[in-house]
Design a protein. Structure first.
Length: 225
């Protein structure tokens, strides 16, 4: 099941069968602060997260202080298959993902992890998120360097022991290969299409939950690319 492939005109309100089904907004979980904090040197850093539909994950990270860029794209497969229509087959190895550029002096990697699991993606859903099904919608952490890998493993272990979810956590840690930006009309999608039915049902509630749970990290403006 997939979201519609939109033309440059972005036909608002057109859905595939999955998005026509009645759906309730995804919930939020009050995740704990990380027991192992990131120790990152000064300067801008990048991080990659896969959490289902990249529209919503992009929207969440784009409303965080200290984040200067969020790009929707693909991770896990080959360059020649990093095309939305092809990735939608579920046979490319790619996951829809976002690449986040952030300033660790303002927001640390472990804080990005906390937000991701609190309002971004449900870590108990294997190869799907909400109405979107397929391996391209898997949720995964993709550390860029050894420090991110250390912190990601520690926080994932912390959450697995927390008992916050009734079902087992299935989020994986994937080795970084390459990140390929998605087509231009996918970028800043929630900001450009606030009245799109999918955004209103599934992604606007994520941003509302971010504001409610993390008022010190939330910023009103959307970080545009």
């Amino acid at each position: 099941m997939r979201r519609p492939i939109l033309s440059a005109a972005l036909a608002v309100g057109i859905f595939t069968a999955s998005c026509q089904q009645p759906a309730q907004a995804e919930g939020a979980v009050a995740t704990p602060a990380a027991a192992v904090q990131a120790n990152e040197p000064a300067g801008k850093k990048t991080a990659v997260f896969a959490g289902g539909c990249f529209w919503g994950i992009e929207a969440v990270f784009s409303h965080l202080k200290g984040v200067s860029s969020v790009v929707s794209g693909f991770h896990g497969g080959a360059k020649n298959t990093a095309i939305y229509d092809v990735v939608g087959s579920g046979r490319t190895g790619h996951a829809e993902a976002v690449r986040v550029t952030y300033d660790p002096a303002k927001i640390r990697y472990d804080q990005l992890l906390r937000v991701f699991f609190a309002v971004g993606a449900d870590p108990t859903q294997l190869n799907y998120q909400g109405p979107d099904h397929g391996s391209q919608y898997r949720n995964a952490l993709v550390p860029i360097d050894k420090e991110q890998a250390r912190v990601a493993a520690a926080y994932l272990g912390q959450l697995k022991k927390s008992g916050l979810w009734k079902q087992p956590i299935v989020t994986t840690i994937e080795p970084y290969k390459a990140f390929y930006p998605a087509e231009g009309y996918h970028q800043d999608f929630a900001a450009n299409n606030p009245d799109h039915g999918y955004i209103k049902r599934w992604d606007a509630p994520k941003v509302a939950n971010l504001k409610r749970l993390f008022p010190d990290l939330y910023k009103v403006g959307f970080t545009r690319n």
